[in-house]
Design a protein around this ligand. Sequence first.
Ligand code: GLC
Length: 637
Amino acid sequence: MSSTKTISIPLVGLLLFLCCWTSTAKAAAEKEYYVKYKDPKQPISARIKDLMGRMTLEEKIGQMIQLDRENMTAEIMRDYKIGSLLSAGGSVPRFKATALDWINMFNTFQNGSLSTRLGIPMIYGIDAVHGHNNVYKATIFPHNIGLGATRDKELVKKIGIATALEIRATGINYAFAPCIAVCRDPRWGRCYESYSEDPEIVSEMTDIIYGLQGDIPQNIPKGIPFVGGKDKVAACAKHFVGDGGTIKGIDENNTVIDWHGLLSIHMPAYYQSIIKGVSTIMVSYSSWNGKKMHANRNLVTGFLKKTLKFKGFVISDWQGIDKITYPVHSNYSYSVFAGVHAGIDMIMVPYNYTEFIDILTDHVNNKRIPMSRINDAVSRILRVKFSMGLFENPWADQTFVDKLGSQGHRDLAREAVRKSLVLLKNGKNADSPLLPLPKNTSKILVAGTHANNLGYQCGGWTMTWQGLSGNNHTAGTTILSAIAAAVDPNTEIVYSENPDSELVESNNFSYAIVAVGEHPYAEMYGDSQNLTIAEPGPNVINNVCGKVKCVVLIVSGRPLVIEPHVGSIDALVAAWLPGTEGHGVADVLFGDYGFTGKLPRTWFKTLDQLPMNVGDPHYDPLYPFGYGLSTNPIQSS
Ligand code: GLC
């Protein structure tokens, strides 16, 4: 046997061994570097299962926490595995922050999340409830009550598309919108966040979800959370359920109504939102028949998750679990237990994360909260994060920066303003209408607290939580500026916030435009038991109308006491809270477009009638639900 042959057999064996070892090692190495949950080709359910199987309890609880950006650092995000942040109203990187400031802030925090062992990206929420309203120079659209007056769900979807682009322009990927409250009493401080007193209109307006999140592709079954790409954001239907039905409109209070009433008035828009693929649902501070919604397992788990088959995640409101007890936060261990047990998946803590983590960990370790509840919460959160492509595109970038406050979006907002205004009276008798107003005349008076105040015309949830007064907080067009741009250059405009009788009588005004209404407010700060026009509004109406032909614009979040003044007013317009694009007001005042808006809610005669909604017995309003006069546009010569 030749030495060669002897040597060749071991050599062949060695080569075979090396070959097998290499391919095995290579396969093992590939297997090690192949992480299923990071593979976008895998089905979302497989990615969730793989990731969940890798997560510790600490990592799971971190995903259930949402903190405010204030005092936050990348290190906290990393060390506590925090899964979500938010900007509360007015919580901004800096005063008049630019899109780049927001992008840099977002990426700093995202870097913290991606530096964790499993690298789960964070989701960042903000109240973009009438445009990207926290952000300097963003387009501010009419608040929801005005959009309800348009009855135009296509328009509202386009507003969702524009808003999603402006949110992404700042790198943010989640909006706490739409509010689908059905406000049943205008004394509620959040009534302007409600599209209507009519559940059908509110349900139709949930088409904004298609705008914010994207149209659901054919291959994705209805009811599955869907966010279609980097120009879209996760949406949030809020506040589940019955937030708009509280006693006397007292914010966060008790909604006393039977099961049929809750289902028929306050629930339909949630059903529609789920069908339209809404990714998240926020729980209401309010109670239903005395049971706090944040502790209501029957409704959150039993009905929303099991009966309506909602597959996204349920988020609490700001310190919503703290408010389960009175005084607030007086028994946080119980609050954490009750909220998580009810079925809340993500808790808007938003500051005391170590306390929350310690307590929830203790509840799980002592089996008060089963691991199955934690797994349900985390798998829902991961489903949303996977479905919106967050693992593939976790970073903010400058792709959409030029969309922030773009002219195209402002034109869309101007169209929304036009369509939202409701003409309630036009002339002291039908054959002498005052509107549309002539652009070419000698001298006109523009008066009132709301004619030259961008902050007032935007209302709450604008630049800050409660809104502001004045014209230098963001970019937009006041009603006065829009009037000046619309009239003939030879028409003299006299402007006075609070004209006295002498000014009115000593000038020969062709007509007067009076803009009055409410000062900005949000949530409980807007609760009102008297619904009056802010002073000196009534005085301005008294000094102007009756002496000169006047059109009065009510700039407010809801119907106000106006009946005593109607006789002296020639034309009356409900302008709601139009936002930054005041040109839309002038467009219909001067006939470039006709009035088309219809009341989305009943306009009462007197306060003692409240609550009064369409369909009620003894329905005797000043202007009924659905009312609105039309005018024809003046054909340009
Ligand atoms: C507020 C509101 C809710 C908002 C949240 C975050 O209290 O109730 O609508 O989304 O906190 O700002």
